[in-house]
Design a protein around this ligand. Structure first.
Ligand SMILES: Cc1cc2nc3c(=O)[nH]c(=O)nc-3n(C[C@H](O)[C@H](O)[C@H](O)COP(=O)(O)OP(=O)(O)OC[C@H]3O[C@@H](n4cnc5c(N)ncnc54)[C@H](O)[C@@H]3O)c2cc1C
Ligand code: FES
Ligand code: FES
Length: 478
């Protein structure tokens, strides 16, 4: 660590901001609306669900600025050091006037009351920057996190498809100014730790993080804030003191080491998507069921594991694949099987001052049969009632290894050991699957809550095993 800076620095549209008084729980949305008067960005749900508050955040990545759509209601100010925040007020066409996405929304009648419109425009701008002529599937995926209660989505889909006819990214102000913005952000990044009066620490690098947590083991760690931001807005929790980690590039690296993919804890769902879905057949659809686009840009793989939630979507998948977790405290590290991390409801194998550093995911072997399933009330932007990851290795018709992991069936994500034993060594066939389905009753005693009843969960778990068998026997297309 070279020194300590006492203010946050970032860009909002064209203006440089220096803030010495940002609190740990201050949201970007409140800052924009209440302190900057930028009221084009709306507040709907205040919990990351509706997309009305969507803005773009650009961050330096390898010398370039990468813009992503995020929910400003749960994006915390201290996570914005050395970033570029772009709001709807900053958009314009190449010759002034409306941005191509805005003009397409007008011409296609994509807005009625207009409340959701700035958020929808910002998401469609993020998409247009990547793909000015997207497929309908790409538009639908981009809009998973945006709720419109009056227009109906057909005109919005038409606007998204037409935006490329109104202008292309190479003529856009954000793209033309990318180098200049990168230079301004690089000039802000002085390599110092940032400490703010309201109990905020923004470590300079991973070693500095380890030191900060050893000095303040009770501090709240904040990565993507997709859980923490909801605690603040809905439970009115005070999270100070807090250590922010989402900006640490070294903690978010993704690398292939032999037949293992190593995912750094702060890699977002979007960052990790390509590496994991390319290496693991059948995972892409499951991945697209996690949150909406904004949540996937913010939420991290490490946060989804560290929070210990029994209904988090990644643990069952990663446990089925045989992932290991690397935990770091100070300069020391230990590696444990992922399933061993979850001790009981709300209790994880994490010492004070320790943090999740990376998760190591073995690439499945050729003989692996894989299945990943999420059952929730809505297809998009919903939390699982039950989710499952299955990996069975079959050699000469017999199941040599079976790893069946479930979320939503117990107080933690867990393997179904009795069901696994019912498969191991037996022929891949209906008889063994039926035995495993019955054994699930010994593995789990699920609870009823407002998401699903105990009976429903037990039935879904049994049926998912059957579905897996049919999918992987070529009887039903996956
Ligand atoms: C609208 C919405 C939709 C969602 N949809 C889904 C969904 O479909 N599936 C799903 O599984 N989840 C979903 N979530 C929950 C959330 O997105 C995930 O759990 C996310 O992965 C959490 O990561 P984060 O980086 O945002 O964590 P944060 O909110 O920053 O932190 C969560 C917890 O983990 C701790 N933590 C974070 N990183 C570390 C680390 N490296 N070491 C130790 N502790 C750490 C924090 O201290 C905190 O206790 C949704 C959330 C919202 C708001
Ligand atoms: S206000 Fe609904 S996602 Fe932010
Ligand atoms: S136009 Fe009214 S909510 Fe979308």
């Amino acid at each position: 660590m070279t020194g300590v800076r006492r203010e946050l620095r970032f860009l909002v549209n064209d203006e440089e901001v220096a803030l010495g008084d940002a609190g740990a729980g201050d949201s970007l949305l409140d800052f924009l609306r209440l302190r900057r008067g930028l009221r084009g960005t709306k507040e709907g749900c205040a919990e990351g669900d509706c997309g009305a508050c969507t803005v773009l955040v650009g961050r330096l990545r390898g010398g370039d600025v990468r813009y992503e759509a995020v929910n400003s209601c749960i994006r915390l100010l201290p996570s914005l050091d050395c970033c570029h925040v772009v709001t709807v007020e900053h958009l314009s066409g190449a010759e002034g006037g409306l941005h191509p996405v805005q003009q397409a929304m007008v011409d296609c009648h994509g807005s009625q009351c207009g409340f959701c419109t700035p958020g929808i425009v910002m998401v469609l701008v993020a998409l247009w920057l990547e793909r000015p002529r997207p497929s309908e599937a790409e538009v639908r995926r981009a809009l998973q996190g945006n709720l419109c209660r009056c227009t109906g989505y057909a005109p919005i889909l038409r606007a998204a498809a037409a935006a490329g006819d109104y202008g292309l990214p190479e003529d856009d102000g954000l793209v033309r100014n990318r180098e200049a913005v990168a230079a301004r952000l690089a000039a802000m990044a002085d390599g110092n730790r940032v400490e703010l009066g309201g109990g905020v620490v923004i470590p300079a690098d991973e070693d500095d993080l380890a030191d900060a947590l050893e000095a303040q083991p009770a501090a709240t760690m904040v990565a993507g804030a997709t859980d923490v931001g909801v605690w603040i807005n809905k439970d009115l929790r005070d999270i100070a003191p807090a250590v922010f980690i989402g900006h640490l590039d070294g903690l978010g690296r993704i690398a292939a080491k032999g037949r293992t993919i190593v995912i750094g804890a702060t890699a977002s769902y979007s960052d990790a998507e390509a590496a994991l879905t390319e290496a693991v057949p059948g995972l892409a659809d499951y991945w697209s069921r996690i949150g909406g686009w904004q949540i996937r840009n913010m939420g991290t793989v490490g946060g989804n594991i560290a929070n210990g939630s029994p209904i988090a979507d990644l643990p069952p998948v990663l446990i089925a694949l045989g992932a290991e977790l690397v935990l770091r405290k100070g300069r020391g590290r230990r590696t444990i099987p992922l399933e061993a991390y979850f001790l009981d409801y709300g209790r994880q194998d994490l010492e004070p001052g320790e943090f999740v550093e990376e998760v190591c995911v073995p690439v499945p072997t050729e003989d692996a049969r894989l299945g990943f399933y999420k059952v929730s009330k809505r297809r998009d932007e919903d939390i699982s009632s039950v989710c499952a990851g299955f990996m069975v290795r079959v050699r000469d018709g017999r199941m040599e290894e079976a790893r069946l992991a479930f979320g939503g069936m117990a107080a933690t994500p867990r393997r179904a050991e009795a069901a696994e034993a019912a498969l191991r060594g037996r022929e891949w066939g209906e008889a063994a699957i039926e035995a495993a389905r019955q054994a699930l009753g010994r593995d789990f005693t699920p609870i009823s809550d407002w998401r699903a009843s105990a009976e429903y969960r037990a039935l879904v778990a049994r049926n998912l095993l059957k579905r897996f068998y049919l999918d992987r026997s070529g009887t039903v297309s996956p």
